[in-house]
Design a protein around this ligand. Structure first.
Ligand SMILES: Nc1ncnc2c1ncn2[C@@H]1O[C@H](COP(=O)(O)OP(=O)(O)OP(=O)(O)O)[C@@H](O)[C@H]1O
Length: 121
């Protein structure tokens, strides 16, 4: 197959992002998390390094969610019927999102905790 020109390849990547934004509820939920965190970054006036850590964590979860959706789509394409091997593949992809989410929540607690303490004292 002929390779598309660079600008078209970039457009295709945005097509993927727009598709997942429109169709995947979990991805939309994580986008809401990103928006809330952007608000908190401004509200608490986080340092550059704290902001970088929070944004990295948000995108870490978004990336794993996109890859999880990708795995689910491939699985549904190659095996639409019940298959225990497909089940474990999907569980693993879902598990990756869960791990990313747990680590991101830990980072969030560590970063926001001192600011929350100041706010409520
Ligand atoms: N074809 C299948 N064969 C066996 N088990 C399956 C199959 N499809 C889904 N499952 C099981 O159901 C779970 C949910 O799969 P599904 O494709 O419905 O994802 P989902 O509910 O959209 O998940 P997510 O919330 O991660 O997007 C899988 O983790 C797996 O355990």
């Amino acid at each position: 197959m002929k390779k598309p020109p660079f600008h078209k390849s970039v457009l295709f990547t945005f097509r993927g992002i727009i598709w997942i934004l429109r169709n995947e509820r979990n991805f939309q939920f994580h986008i809401l998390g990103l928006i809330i965190n952007l608000f908190l970054i401004v509200f608490f006036e986080l340092s550059n390094i704290e902001t970088a850590m929070i944004i990295l964590c948000c995108f870490f979860v978004l990336v794993t969610e996109a890859l999880n959706t990708c795995v689910e789509k491939i699985c549904d394409y190659i095996q639409p019927e019940f298959d225990s091997r497909i089940g474990i593949i999907k569980d693993l992809a879902g598990g990756a999102v869960m791990l990313a989410t747990i680590s991101s929540v830990c980072v969030g607690i560590l970063v926001y905790w001192p600011y929350l303490k100041l706010l409520f004292h």
